[in-house]
Design a binder for this molecule. Structure first.
Ligand SMILES: [Mn+2]
Length: 595
């Protein structure tokens, strides 16, 4: 069961409504998102590219640009060391395109996911050196590549790190028991990463491509390249920001908003072909489309083949080649989907058989699962069980695992306390990757669960309701006004409205796969509206039956007068059908609230 909570932040909604010509309800939703100053409201509603932060504030930016320009003007070959996921592939492309535009020579290289794992390594450095590259610039990685950077420096190369991951630290405990973090940086010539404590940049939520975009912005500015050339890189930055699951707040919202608007009509061959092969030919491509269709296709390459394949699609200037590569990526993603379903089913069985669901942090190891899929499977299990999950797969006595967490648990810090058990590990509060010896898995399971501090209460999913709102407040104008809040995604979710009492006048199950519940609902003031529910219909039926009996349920489906009275959270929209526009709501959660 989930807990419903109504956001209760106070502010003068009427004054805000008047100042920004919006409805008080919209003002209230924005206050719930933590906005305080009038300037914050203005930027949220009407922020444009002029509101992006000044990239020169990033620590080491000026030094990095000076070194990069020097490498370009000396005609040096530049090695762009990226990563195999979407953020890596796109940040690699942004640097490649930017450096070429500034007259430089560069190539992009990513590590092999299976054989090498994440991050700049000695092989990449060695190859760069033998190719004659004088400069290595990383993106979406590098902050933890101590050894590889040292090697590159010993070989006499210039090394510029651009990254957005956490800086590695050791915890030292002094005699008073205070924990002090001692940070460790690679010995690069410049380290550009907003996560550094002493970086004065005002926002640390950029993805790797966001940081790369800032680097190219500065490079273009110092080379006198027009802003429009920079803005051509926005769709790439936007895709990476969404696919890397960054919070869509602050300038990330602006990047994604403007990037998506350009994406649908991009002249870029690779993106055009992929969009067409995904069946997304339309006016506007949403953050949802990016997160669930475009992103996974680019990710599939690094998972099942090599990231070079995805990078090649971005770099090609040949239409036929782009078409062929886009088709390959889409079919690779199709096999990825099928393999994920198999792994997920195996996980469910294991969790039931070994009673893993009893643990607050669930840890399991799958047989014959492609190691690049364990993170996706962990994410699905986390959604289902609403608790932190770590899924691994074994090869030659070593388990490679990936974890996904919930808000209440900082997985990176939890794992940091067990670092003695790992061969390698890294990540964020909400997601982490690790490798460990088979015999350490059980120790990890016990230690993490003992130390996690999670209570039953903290494992209950919470639904944050923005505004309890009766149906009569919904109008076409209001639905359109809600578009001002887009793009929706992580950190800026669709607002949630709710009403406590709906009589269900009629219900029917529709859709090709019988997976949509269509209802006509009526509230206490007698206003009725069409309502759609795309969730678990069996669970909904069971709930109705438990409270009102089978007869009431049958009457509801027959459209006969019935006592069914349910509370819904919902989001309003406009339904266009046969040239007629009607208001409707999409139900997200249900429960019964006693009168
Ligand atoms: Mn990233």
């Amino acid at each position: 069961m989930e807990k419903w909570m109504v956001a209760a932040r106070k502010a003068d909604f009427n004054r805000l409504a008047e100042t920004f010509s919006i409805s008080p309800v919209l003002a209230r939703i924005m206050v719930n998102r933590g906005l305080k100053e009038d300037e914050d409201f203005r930027r949220y509603l009407y922020g444009d590219l002029g509101d992006l932060h000044d990239g020169s504030l990033l620590k080491d930016m000026n030094k990095g640009i000076r070194l990069l320009r020097q490498a370009i003007s000396e005609g040096q070959l530049i090695c762009i060391a990226s990563d195999f996921d979407v953020d890596g592939v796109f940040s690699g492309y942004i640097l490649w395109q930017g450096i070429r535009m500034a007259g430089g020579r560069a190539y992009v290289i990513a590590p092999d996911r299976i054989h090498e794992g994440y991050g700049l390594n000695e092989r990449i450095v060695g190859e760069a050196h033998s190719k004659g590259a004088g400069c290595i610039i990383t993106c979406d990685n590098g902050i933890a590549a101590m050894e590889a950077v040292t090697t590159a420096k010993e070989l006499g190369m210039t090394v510029i790190i651009t990254d957005h991951h956490e800086v590695i630290y050791q915890s030292n405990i002094d005699e008073n028991g205070n924990v002090k973090k001692i940070y460790e940086l690679p010995e690069a010539d410049a380290v550009i990463d907003p996560k550094q404590e002493d970086c004065p940049y005002p926002f640390d939520g950029l993805c790797g491509a966001g940081v790369a975009f800032k680097v190219i912005e500065q490079l273009y500015m110092s080379n006198g390249i027009p802003k429009e050339n920079l803005y051509e890189l926005l769709p790439f930055t936007a895709i990476a920001t969404v696919a890397d699951v960054m919070d869509l707040v602050d300038e990330n919202r602006i990047i994604v908003k403007y990037g998506l608007h350009r994406l649908a009509k991009t002249p870029h061959l690779g993106l055009q072909s992929l969009i067409r092969h995904c069946g997304l030919n339309k006016e506007y491509i949403s953050a949802y489309n990016v997160g669930f269709v475009i992103g996974p296709c680019f990710n599939a390459a690094g998972r099942l083949d090599t990231a070079q394949m995805a990078e090649a699609l971005l770099q090609t200037e040949d239409r036929e080649e782009a078409e062929r590569m886009a088709a390959d990526l889409v079919s690779l993603n199709q096999s990825r989907k099928e393999m994920t379903v198999l792994g997920y089913e195996q996980a469910l069985e294991k969790i039931a058989k070994e009673e893993i669901y009893k643990d607050k942090i669930m840890i399991l190891c799958l047989e014959d699962c492609h190691e690049s899929l364990v993170g996706i499977i962990a994410g699905r299990l986390k959604e289902k069980y609403y608790r932190p999950v770590i899924v691994g797969t074994e090869a030659n006595g070593i388990i490679k695992a990936s974890g996904r967490s919930i808000e209440a648990y900082n997985m990176y810090e939890g794992l940091s306390e067990c670092r003695d058990l790992f061969e390698r590990f890294g990540g964020h509060a909400m997601a982490a990757g690790m490798s460990l010896k088979v015999e350490n898995l059980e120790i990890l399971r016990r230690r993490l669960n003992e130390k996690c501090g999670l209570t039953e209460e903290s494992l209950m999913p919470v639904v944050h309701i923005d505004v309890p709102m009766p149906l009569e407040y919904i109008s076409e104008g209001f639905v359109q006004e809600l578009e001002l809040l887009e793009p929706f995604g992580k950190g800026n979710s669709k607002p949630i409205f709710a009403e406590r009492h709906f009589n269900i006048l009629r219900a029917s199950v529709i859709g090709k796969n019988k997976n949509v519940l269509k209802m006509i609902v009526k509230n206490d003031s007698g206003v009725s509206m069409e309502a759609l529910y795309f969730g678990d219909i069996a669970a909904f039926d069971a709930c109705v039956e438990a409270f009102y009996g089978l007869e009431a349920r049958n009457k509801m489906y027959a459209g006969l007068p019935n006592p069914v009275d349910m509370a819904f959270t919902y989001y309003p929209s406009i339904n266009e059908f046969g040239g007629r526009r009607t208001l409707q709501i999409t139900v997200q959660h249900f429960q019964r609230i006693q009168r």
